[in-house]
Design a protein around this ligand. Structure first.
Ligand code: ATP
Ligand code: MG
Length: 268
């Protein structure tokens, strides 16, 4: 369904992706694992057209989408849940969901909008309960639900999620990931970028490891989970894991507090 071939992309003179190839089959979840700065976000941003590809290709159900502008990529059926959620804090939950459907609203497809909203609210009943609440006053877990709901409002066939577990308590992550698994079971194709390999691999069918802009391992999630060298580096069985945890804590302090149910107010 989603096929990324020899993708190259970067910022200014620096190449962040050298040669990234991966595929996500229809109705499967693939997890892209990598440490800080490995190129996970750049991969997702390039697939969405936010960062322009400098080489290689991205195809969605056989159609090349890498030459398209971001809005056309959304129309083709791809939606991104960005790192750090990026909900619109001063807007209500419902207004945030509307932002995710702006393309169909612009084309006056009101019925389509109403159906998507009902679907998202069935998936996350919390978003219905809190429809008029300002997004900035939601807990971290609720904001993540909103970010996913907003992405689903465009009716995607492929959903990309950038570190959905970041800053959330394990129980909240489990809940949200169970919802992602149910979407997959209904046929959605999902690519998750995660530094939290344990969480990502727990629901993924397939996995890819990215290191300094290159895919260095791939296999089924079960195979990657059992790989000892990867376990040491990414599953926290040795020192590398505690380094990752320290970094995560530092970043959490800068804007993504752990989800203890308290409101999270973002500056952005
Ligand atoms: N906006 C930017 N401008 C310049 N360089 C960038 C930008 N964003 C990322 N980079 C660089 O590109 C490389 C890949 O970064 P990327 O954000 O894709 O990594 P990541 O795997 O998502 O890391 P993290 O776990 O920290 O989110 C890094 O060397 C990073 O410094
Ligand atoms: Mg990132």
């Amino acid at each position: 369904m989603l096929e990324i071939r020899e993708l190259r992309a970067g910022y200014g003179a620096n190449l962040a992706l050298h040669d990234v190839s991966l595929t996500v089959g229809q109705g499967r979840i693939a997890c892209l694992i990598g440490s800080n700065g490995a190129g996970k976000s750049t991969t997702l941003r390039t697939v969405c057209g936010i960062v322009r590809a400098r080489g290689g290709s991205v195809s969605l159900a056989g159609t090349r989408i890498d030459p398209f502008a971001p809005a056309k990529i959304v129309k083709a059926g791809l939606a991104l849940v960005p790192e750090g959620r990026r909900v619109f804090g001063p807007l209500s939950v419902d207004e945030n969901l509307q932002m995710g459907a702006y393309l169909s609203l612009r084309e006056r497809k009101r019925q389509h909008y109403d159906e998507r909203l009902a679907f998202v609210q069935r998936l996350f009943p919390r978003l219905l309960e809190r429809s008029r609440q300002l997004a900035g006053t939601l807990s971290g877990g609720e904001q993540q639900m909103l970010a996913i709901g907003r992405a689903l409002m465009s009716g995607p066939r492929v959903l990309l999620l950038d570190e959905p577990s970041m800053g959330l308590a394990p129980l909240v992550v489990r809940d949200i990931f169970a919802t992602l698994a149910s979407l997959r079971d209904d046929g959605m194709t999902i690519l998750i970028a995660e530094q939290n390999a344990r969480a990502g691999l727990s629901i993924a069918d397939d996995a890819y490891v990215i290191t300094e802009g290159r895919i260095t391992r791939s296999g089924t999630a079960a195979q990657i989970m059992q790989d000892r060298t990867l376990a040491d580096a990414y599953l926290g069985t040795q020192q590398a894991g505690s380094t990752a945890r320290r970094r995560r804590t530092a970043r959490d302090a800068s804007g993504n507090p752990a989800d203890d149910g308290a409101p999270v107010v973002h500056a952005s």
